[in-house]
Design a protein around this ligand. Structure first.
Ligand SMILES: [Zn+2]
Length: 193
């Protein structure tokens, strides 16, 4: 064991700094850092390492350990916690933890440096009734009759709505023109065409 590994073992009490497991511990240099020193590295177990490096092997429940370890004072641990929670955010509970996790600016920059969460970082995703992702400018068809609030008409099932725009702060709503009226439509009532 070299000096840095010794320091990591002392710091972590010879347990995984993410899930506390004592098994198969190795030092992990948190990318994109490459220098092997204790500030840029964490001590992690085989299970954590495998799931960090192979997203296909991920078992979300394993990462409930972050509930505790995300409060670590060590930046490198915070960075990995942030990345794994971001990767799992669609599970629901990781998003709740992320909402509580505060990283200082430098640490957050490090956490984002590998591109984790770039897809949906600043953007809410919209999906149609079949789970197909919608984009601004798409065309959709209504899958049921909709009473349009505030305008006295019913938008008929089968009506095509062209060049929709997404409601940026609400994943359940899009906007488009039906019979010359600009209306808000719930995504669950449309199908992309
Ligand atoms: Zn672990």
């Amino acid at each position: 064991m070299n000096n840095i590994e010794k320091k990591l073992h002392t710091r972590s009490n010879s347990s995984c700094e993410l899930c506390k497991s004592p098994d198969g511990l190795t030092a992990y240099i948190v990318p994109p850092k490459t220098d092997f020193n204790e500030d840029f590295s964490i001590l992690i177990c085989e299970t954590c390492k495998d799931q960090i490096e192979n997203p296909a092997n991920i078992t979300p429940n394993h990462w409930r350990c972050l509930n505790d370890s995300m409060w670590s004072e060590i930046s490198a641990v915070q960075v990995v916690a942030w990345r794994m929670l971001t990767r799992l955010r669609n599970e629901g509970w990781p998003q709740d933890l992320l909402d509580m996790l505060y990283l200082d600016e430098e640490t957050l920059t490090w956490a984002k440096a590998t591109g984790e969460g770039d897809d949906d970082e600043n953007k809410i995703k919209h999906f149609d009734s079949n789970g197909v992702q919608l984009q601004d400018g798409d065309s959709v068809v209504l899958i049921k009759d909709l009473n349009v609030k505030g305008a006295n008409f019913t938008a008929k099932r089968g009506t095509a709505v062209r060049r929709i725009s997404l409601v940026w702060d609400n994943p359940n709503q899009i906007e488009g023109r039906v019979e010359g009226q600009h209306i808000v439509i719930l995504t669950q009532y449309v199908k992309k065409i």
